[in-house]
Design a protein around this ligand. Sequence first.
Ligand code: PRX
Length: 658
Amino acid sequence: MTTEALLHENRIFPPDPAFVSQANISGMAAYQALCAEARQDANAFWGRLARENLYWHRPFTRVLDESNPPFLKWFEDGLTNASYNCLDRNLQNGNAKKTALIFEADDGTVSRITYQELYHRVCRFANGLKALGVKKGDRVVIYMPMSIEGVVAMQACARIGATHSVVFGGFSAKSLQERIVDVGASALITADEQRRGGKSMPLKVIVDEALALGSCEALKHVIIYQRTGSAIPLLSGRDHWMHDVEANQPDNCEPEWVSAEHPLFVLYTSGSTGKPKGVQHATGGYLLWAALTMKWAFDIKPADIFWCTADIGWVTGHTYIVYGPLAVGATEIVFEGMPTYPDAGRFWDMIARHRVSVFYTAPTAIRSLIKAANAAPATHPGNYDLSCLRLLGSVGEPINPEAWMWYYKNVGGERCPIVDTFWQTETGGHMITPLPGATPLVPGSCSLPLPGIEVAVVDEAGHDVPNGQGGILVVKRPWPAMIRTIWGDPERFKKSYYPDELKGYYLAGDGAIRDKDTGYFTITGRIDDVLNVSGHRMGTMEIESALVSNPLVAEAAVVGRPDDMTGEAIVAYVVLKQARPVGDEAKKIATDLRNWVSKEIGPIAKPKEIRFGDNLPKTRSGKIMRRLLRVIAKGEDVTQDVSTLENPAILQQLKETL
Ligand code: PRX
């Protein structure tokens, strides 16, 4: 999908008056009033919202401490607890008997848990963790399938003030080990196995492999949720079943009252250089934004059934499965499986059966379900009763207008607004998104920033560029859910997000353009060496490091190319230590290398294409010309001047695909 394709869509869909009349933010004037309030006195605005939306065990006396930029502190002397806000508050608000989570397993088995039951489970597990010696400030890695137990694990950590770091269940043993070491985890929570698409994946075995890689001495306990009951080896003293940890523990657990700045979690994400960065989020500001964006962007109401299809291993799952919905007392779906199992009608069938009213998914999923519905018409959403839906959301990557229109017509019945939410691991929650009861929708544009969020498009010196001209997306003013630092690497935090030339603005790492007439933002893609494959962030450097760690490989360069289905696809150019392979040998080595990357990082990092060369295109000073590699990856001709290349002939060779 190209930027041009995104920008050539100019139909506008104004909000339906029936939706507007019931919306939490009703009409443009209401949105503008909130924006004006924030502009006039940002601290008063955020202070008011924090007092109204969260429980404070001890009220904060100062909203924002900017004395040491870019290390800012929000509501710092306020004491709170994320789990208390998500659970206890609901028991007091009359939600005790309300269903908190509806869990649907891969095989279709459904179970439900009320707020009261969830509270007790979290308390028992929190007490169990304490009994093992886990305490405030400790780090706990969570490597779990989508499950009620995954939510319990995260909430229990929050309850006792332990900082969790969830690692997506698709990451390899090596990726898991790197994160355990970097965050200094003293406990790890996992499952015997994970079920997806009718298959089992051996999570505990991967954990054992990760720990065998070494440097994990700080890790004292491995706690295992018994998901499938398959036989797994247990290491006496280190390994414990989750049900044993919970057993005989009291049903209540006094929350650990922490400063609003206490690190709630660290979540690793890819950057343009080096190893993944541990994005550190604070408790108060993050939770405030999780709750507010549920109310604003998702217009959440007590009767809603909310379904975010993300995995808890990504930030979308953190904010819109584990913290946001519970903080506002919603009922939500937790789904273990995948959209195409047992067939591509799974999402639509689940929406109809559970009467989902607000549905949030990624463009890649929509595109793959369009394709599947074309191939197997029985899986088309038109076959299901989706009249329960009232609002749709999209996240993770740009949504192309064709996918937007299909989603709007066939899933939303031309009745449901679509909120195309732009945000990042680092922003904690939505940043630029339509408000469903206020913003006229333009397919392919995430439209306008939320109240209190001051975003702009600037040039490399931080000067605003005129509307209609592309540039760098920045956030000019701090917001409560902003990343606090990179775990253990404050210098990298500063350099990555607050480079000197940008005058204190937050650098998102994306390009953007504002429409001349509407002022709407359209995201044009990453401006650094980060790829977005199926809505997953991948650093090209990480994939290159994985490739060159293979004994056959001398050099590798990785770039992205546009892909109709996954947004971007990974293309790797590889120089082997041996002669350049051709024919079947090349195919075999390419397959081996793809599997190698999968083993090193995880299946999501597998290059779609591998091309072999005698060399890579380099400048005379030895710098790889990635720009040219991107051009030939797309199958386009190189029109740029290549006279600075040391070896221009190599381009011809690298154009060949296997
Ligand atoms: O490039 C943007 C893209 O995803 C990146 C953030 O990835 P991650 O931290 O993994 O978080 C994904 C879920 C929030 C951004 O820098 N991105 C995210 N949402 C959108 C998007 N690009 C265009 N439109 C979006 N709605």
